[in-house]
Design a binder for this molecule. Structure first.
Ligand code: GLU
Length: 306
């Protein structure tokens, strides 16, 4: 199976942070990249708060992230969507998949899967299919999983190029609703992007391996998949992926937003002309959106030095 994920008229991009802490530099790269690639083509740019995983949500973090985006001049269109208010939509999508016979109950604990998984895939233990044919007597249903086919899923990423993943061997039947009752990220992201008309997803390369699952879910639900651009991972001085550990991007940093923005743009291969370095974040972004050239984005992870 092969496809060109293509969006024609009217780009709709988005940024979808998880409110597990203040916005950090790695997320700022995704925010700026998705913003510029949408605005460059006169498109819309939406923000969605991915607060589905309640145990990981930090109170106040969502509002803090939104304030930070505003301080960077990253103004979004329309209402901010919050996943925690959309469980009815995920439930409805799950029912549609169930009606197609694609969903099954799974009784396996994480430990059982680890113990019985024949091999590790791109993202850890591959589900070995234990409950695919029905639960053994006495077993209690825990999670709900999606049946995946024995086929290669191919797509072309706008930056990383042609990609291919054999879903069954790389990840196996994957979780749609977790044992704790929460809907899985993979389902929510697909349902939300489709509901908002998102046709361009720009995000970090750490989500590249999730993309075939999301495209497959789009197919099962009858949605046109968006076009994908996976940005190079930003590394800290220790060579590790930038994360909360490397410090949040504080709104209170005074003159810092323009400086941070120019560092992020340089990381994305779009160095700000010296004459603009002292401008406000809004002016830097207006310049960046008008001049943004995806061909100049590096393809490999790189150091994001401040
Ligand atoms: N919420 C995810 C994150 O913060 C991003 C999901 C996405 O862009 O699809 O890593």
């Amino acid at each position: 199976m092969s496809r060109e994920c293509g969006a024609s008229a009217g780009v709709i991009g988005r940024f979808a942070p998880s409110p597990t802490g203040p916005l950090h530099l790695g997320s700022l790269v995704a925010a700026v990249g998705s913003y510029c690639l949408a605005r460059r083509d006169g498109g819309r740019w939406l923000v969605r708060i991915e607060d589905l995983d309640a145990p990981r949500v930090v109170p106040g973090a969502a509002d803090d992230i939104l304030r930070t985006l505003e301080a960077f001049g990253l103004h979004w269109d329309g209402e901010v969507l919050r996943q925690s208010r959309r469980t009815d939509c995920y439930e409805a999508a799950l029912e549609r998949l169930r009606a197609k016979g694609l969903v099954f109950d799974c009784a396996c604990s994480r430990r059982e899967i680890l113990a019985s998984a024949p091999h590790a895939g791109e993202e850890g233990a591959v589900y070995p299919g234990t409950c695919r044919g029905g639960l053994s007597p006495g077993r209690r249903p825990r999670a709900l999983r999606l049946r995946v086919p024995e086929q290669n899923l191919c797509f072309t990423d706008g930056l990383v190029g042609p990609q291919e993943q054999h879903l069954a061997t790389a990840v196996g039947d994957f979780v749609l609703r977790r044992a704790d009752g929460l809907f899985a990220y993979q389902l929510a992201v697909v349902v939300d992007d489709a509901a908002s008309g998102v046709n361009q997803v720009v995000r970090g390369a750490d989500l590249l391996a999730s993309t075939p699952r999301q495209i497959f879910l789009c197919e099962c639900l009858g949605f046109a998949p968006p076009r994908y651009f996976h940005l190079p991972l930003a590394l800290g001085p220790d060579g590790e992926k930038l994360s909360k550990r490397h410090g949040a991007v504080s709104v209170q940093a005074g003159a810092a937003p323009s400086y941070l923005l120019s560092r992020v743009l340089a990381f994305l291969g779009q160095p700000v002309p010296p004459g603009l370095a002292e401008e406000t974040p809004a002016e830097l972004l207006a310049w960046a959106a008008a001049h943004f050239d995806a061909a100049r984005i590096p393809r490999e992870p790189g150091l994001l030095s401040l």
